[in-house]
Design a protein around this ligand. Structure first.
Ligand code: AMP
Length: 142
């Protein structure tokens, strides 16, 4: 798959943005939406997506980085508190060869604790009741 294909409005994150399918929302404003990854690499693994029709990292308008990364930082701080995370990983997979599977630009925020290894990317579905409880905990930390 070429990285230069146009944005596809039927991608799953676009459907989440339009409210056509549900998500475990942790934060939303006019710039970004943050929700839990349903196949978390660690508890509290969250995705932050811009409210822009942007396929990948090279397509993000230069002026959108500042406002978007402010939201990433805001969500990261809440995750750190809510999950008592000792550290965080920010990850971004660009292009199919880079591991990108959903072609609406997004940033992964993954809590880390000493001695706890990450689960594999996009491997295991988390139980809905666990995702619900985690989302509530993070929402309460803003
Ligand atoms: P990437 O490989 O960077 O494109 O990441 C896409 C991520 O989206 C993976 O980590 C998936 O587990 C996650 N994912 C896929 N579908 C959904 C969904 N409906 N809600 C939340 N996360 C999803």
């Amino acid at each position: 798959m070429s990285d230069r294909e146009p944005y596809q409005p039927d991608n799953i994150f676009a459907k989440i943005l339009r409210g056509e399918i549900p998500c475990y929302r942790v934060y939303e404003d006019d710039v970004a939406l943050a929700f839990l990854d349903i196949m978390p690499q660690a508890d509290g693994h969250t995705l932050v997506i811009p409210k822009l029709a942007v396929r990948g990292l090279p397509d993000m308008p230069v002026d959108s980085w500042g406002p978007f990364m402010q939201r990433v930082q805001k969500v990261a701080k809440a995750i750190k508190v809510a999950m008592a995370a000792e550290g965080l990983n920010l990850r971004q997979f660009d292009g199919a060869a880079g591991g990108q599977t959903v072609f609406h630009f997004h940033m992964h925020i993954i809590p880390r604790w000493e001695g706890i290894a990450l689960r594999r990317h996009g491997e295991l579905n988390e139980k809905p009741e666990n995702l619900k409880a985690t989302a509530e905990k993070i929402r309460a930390a803003f």
